[in-house]
Design a protein around this ligand. Structure first.
Ligand code: ADP
Ligand code: MG
Length: 645
């Protein structure tokens, strides 16, 4: 007796759905791809409960005829390829004919559509893969798909879904990136409570980056100018093939790459598009990391958006059902082209010129910094340079032409001590009133006030690997490295929270944390806010929680301490605390845990970066807990102390 049987279509669709539909964002991805393939100029995505309850996608594309609207839900039904040969030259985002049947198998779905060639539109209703209803409707040209209750019939899958905010985050990232890849189209993403993205057509990728990411990010990025290169024949698979395929094969790269002062702890912000398809590709990740070699410290990563346009025949997208991986026919060529384009743009942009140099644009300090980065940009092999010599910059005479030098202490030990209590003042300009955090209210925009920390500070070294000593023509500055980094991270976190873009990073293993009853009570009150701050936490038995993700910059072994600290610091105040104050408290704790510690040696480049980043912050003088960050010993004070005036 035979025991093997062919699975019914409904089961096969559910199996396919397992690969294609992992989470709400995958539904959004497939449906958006369909809309773009249908030539839509406008794509609108609306979600409820992070897409778990409902995802609606409306487009003004070509629409479907009555017959196609039904056929579309058959497995392997596609209008995009016909023969196996077509697989080798795919110019559409979809081609497998799996998405609609897969989504329909695990949700309750309604399709409304009309093709230009028909007068009436069609409405199809399907639940769990079963056709429920088909009727004629009045409908403008285009398509709307409404998928409710994802995984309603596969509870095991449903359990794997994350919090609503996490799922919404994935959707937002995805829509954002399709929007970046298609500047000539309009995109809108709304949840029940807010409009997350709304962009109208623009002419250039640059304008789209501005629309989507804002001016601040754009300022931190260097434009990778379009580079077009012909694939050399030598790379081709075989001579005969090249002869018959006489068309020159042109490959084009363009995009945006962050300046060296932007340093991320992971690769999550490197985005790569092949023929406008967002893909994860190790080869290109490697190419981009290579482009930053000697520019970023090892273990640090840039933000990059790289677009590659390559003839469809040169790339195989049929690698994985979710179509997020690709294979290049001539991978080495693509790798080197991506690496060289990014690197050349970084070199050409002389990234340091964008550092805020204040008014002393041409000061020797600026020149020195520029030389420093330029040197790191030059193609020297890594690790060839000796340790940085503190203060190796040109010794500048201070303003009054005085001959004072830090390197030649005067032999008067008893009187030579810095009168710390007097001259060495906590440098706190009156304009800045922290820690009340007024300028950092989580909802109000950060005021554009320029930083009070001079932009021309040159770090000389560290005291006890804890405090950075720096100079500029104004005098001597001492910066608490931990507090400085804390301030930088704090402002970034507040900003990201405001923009609902806090990154959570999945932990390799969930961390199980036991809570005291008081902590448990606080946790219940602020669980949603924690979710919006990059934590993905789930109840795990009585008074125990499992932390599955944490803010991206927090080390796994610090997650538990951080979480408990937040719960304790919020304490009994939880119900009285305004949402803004709660957000500031969380941001302060996260940044404290993520910041560079004291007793930590810093490379010269890191100190330069930190001082710049601090200078760029809104309140560079006081840490989020209210302690001073910067001390200044003015030139006058030095001269007085040495009895020169
Ligand atoms: P694929 O995209 O791989 O072809 P799908 O299951 O995603 O497979 O879609 C099946 C077919 O349904 C598509 O080939 C296309 O003809 C049609 N279709 C799907 N979505 C749309 C849409 N938004 N507008 C017009 N046609 C669509
Ligand atoms: Mg599709």
């Amino acid at each position: 007796m035979s025991i093997i049987r062919i699975l019914p279509e409904a089961v096969a669709n559910k199996i396919a759905a397992g690969e294609v539909v992992e989470r709400p964002a995958s539904v959004v991805k497939e449906l958006m791809e369909n809309s773009l393939d249908a030539g839509a100029g406008r794509v609108e995505v609306a979600v409820e409960a992070g897409g778990k309850r409902r995802i609606t996608i409306t487009d003004d594309g070509c629409g479907m005829s009555h017959d196609d609207a039904l056929l579309a839900f058959e497995r392997h039904a596609t209008s995009k390829i016909r023969t196996a040969e077509d697989l080798f030259e795919i110019s559409t985002l979809g081609f497998r004919g799996e998405a609609l049947p897969s989504i329909a198998a695990v949700s309750r779905l309604e399709l409304e559509t009309r093709h230009a060639s028909e007068n009436a539109g069609t409405r199809v209703e399907i639940a769990g893969g079963r056709l429920r209803d088909v009727k004629e409707i009045a409908w403008p040209q285009g398509t709307r798909i409404d998928a409710h209750d994802l995984f309603f019939n596969t509870p095991a899958r449903r359990k794997f879904l994350k919090s609503e905010s996490t799922e919404l985050g994935h959707i937002a990232t995805l829509v954002t990136h399709y929007a970046l890849a298609h500047p000539e189209k309009s995109f809108r993403l709304v949840s029940l409570t807010s409009e997350i993205l709304n962009v109208s057509p623009v002419a250039t990728a640059r304008e789209r980056v501005y629309q989507v990411m804002g001016g601040q990010l754009l300022e931190q990025m260097v434009e990778v100018a379009p580079v077009e290169r012909r694939m050399p024949a030598a790379f081709s698979a075989g001579p005969e093939e090249e002869a018959e395929n006489a068309e020159p094969v042109l490959v084009r790269v363009f995009g945006f790459a962050s300046r060296p002062e932007i340093q991320k702890l992971n690769r999550n912000q490197i985005y790569f598009f092949v023929n406008r398809r967002l893909v994860r590709d190790r080869l290109i990740l490697h190419a981009i990391t290579e482009a930053y070699r000697n520019i970023l410290p090892s273990g640090m990563f840039p933000v990059a958006l790289v677009f590659l346009e390559i003839p469809a025949a040169e790339v195989d997208v049929n690698v994985h059902p979710s179509k997020t991986e690709v294979r290049f026919r001539r991978s080495q060529f693509v790798h080197d082209l991506a690496r060289d384009s990014v690197r050349q743009s970084l070199v050409a942009a002389r990234p340091v010129a964008a550092f805020p140099m204040g008014k002393s644009q041409t000061s020797p300090a600026a020149d020195m910094l520029e030389a420093d980065v330029a040197e790191r940009l030059s193609d020297e092999p890594p690790g060839m340079k000796g340790p940085e010599i503190p203060g190796r910059g040109p010794a500048r005479p201070p303003q009054g032409g005085d001959d004072f030098r830090l390197s030649s202490p005067r032999p008067t030990p008893e009187t030579g001590r810095l009168p710390l209590d007097g001259a060495l003042s906590v440098y706190a300009p009156p304009a800045i009133t922290v820690p009340a955090g007024i300028p950092l209210s989580a909802e109000a925009p950060l005021p554009a006030g320029t930083s009070e920390l001079p932009a021309d500070l040159v770090p000389l070294g560290q005291v006890q690997e804890s405090f950075i000593v720096a100079t500029n023509p104004e005098g001597l500055w001492i910066v608490d490295q931990h507090a400085a980094h804390e301030r930088v991270l704090f402002e970034r976190h507040v900003r990201q929270r405001r923009e609902k873009m806090v990154e959570g990073q999945r932990l390799l293993m969930p961390i199980v944390v036991e809570l005291k009853p008081s902590q448990q009570a606080v946790y219940q009150q602020i669980a949603d806010e924690l979710g919006a701050n990059g934590f993905d936490v789930e109840p795990f038995g009585q008074r125990t929680i499992a932390v599955k993700s944490a803010p991206a910059e927090i080390r796994a072994d610090d997650v538990e301490r951080l979480l408990l600290e937040i719960l304790d610091s919020v304490g009994e105040e939880a119900s009285r605390l305004s949402l803004d104050d709660l957000r500031l408290k969380i941001a302060a704790s996260v940044s404290c845990h993520a910041a560079i510690k004291i007793n930590m040696r810093l490379e010269q480049s890191k100190m330069v970066w930190l001082l710049r980043a601090l200078g760029d912050s809104q309140a560079p003088m006081t840490c989020p807990h209210g302690r001073p960050i910067v001390l200044r010993y003015g030139m006058k004070d030095l001269q007085k102390a040495f009895k020169r005036i």
